[in-house]
Design a protein around this ligand. Sequence first.
Ligand SMILES: Cc1cc2nc3c(=O)[nH]c(=O)nc-3n(C[C@H](O)[C@H](O)[C@H](O)COP(=O)(O)O)c2cc1C
Length: 200
Amino acid sequence: MYFDPRDKEYPLKHDPLTSLVVPRPIGWISTINRAGVVNLAPYSFFNAVASRPPFVMFSSAGRKHSQTNAEESGEFVHSLTVWDLREEMNITSADVGPDVSEPELAHLEMAPSVAVKPPRVARSPVAFECKYVKTVDLPGAGGKPNPYSIVIGEVVGIYISDEVIVDGKVDLSVRRPIARLGGLDQYTSVDEIFKLRRPG
Ligand SMILES: Cc1cc2nc3c(=O)[nH]c(=O)nc-3n(C[C@H](O)[C@H](O)[C@H](O)COP(=O)(O)O)c2cc1C
């Protein structure tokens, strides 16, 4: 099968795009809005895009609270999604008004960050504190406007729980990070790890 993804009709029952880039890490983005409400939402169009200095990005399908808050306040935090927080992560994806705080909705305790105002998810073993850098609006394609904007942040502080530091190295295996698969509500968790030595 081969097709132009800009065509109106897909040759499959569902848009396959998200099933073709797997697994996708989930950015669990906390921000604070102008009224001081803490917002939290998952974004699977998320990744680290540079390591030294570290930068991350998440992509918003239309202007959502996380994008607006990151742009207006200049800050956001990403907390790592792990197996025992999967239900809470899902609850925080609810489409609720700006006055509703998703951590409260999901009964999630938040912990203060060090370098930025948005707090991190207390039970998550890793958090990236980010300063907003810029938003890249993607161009339209196939004659249609593009709703997606990429929000880029510089990581200025990293929290790592002591429980996942073993012999001076990070070992997240006990917390089983989770990631997004295809469009049919499918996820995976990091349960199998193998090693491959680079040549040379
Ligand atoms: C696992 C998961 C991944 C998601 N990834 C994205 C994404 O990459 N981009 C997006 O716009 N929405 C994504 N969503 C939907 C948002 O989480 C949802 O629209 C949420 O209400 C946005 O919240 P906000 O307005 O507080 O930012 C995802 C939802 C789930 C459950």
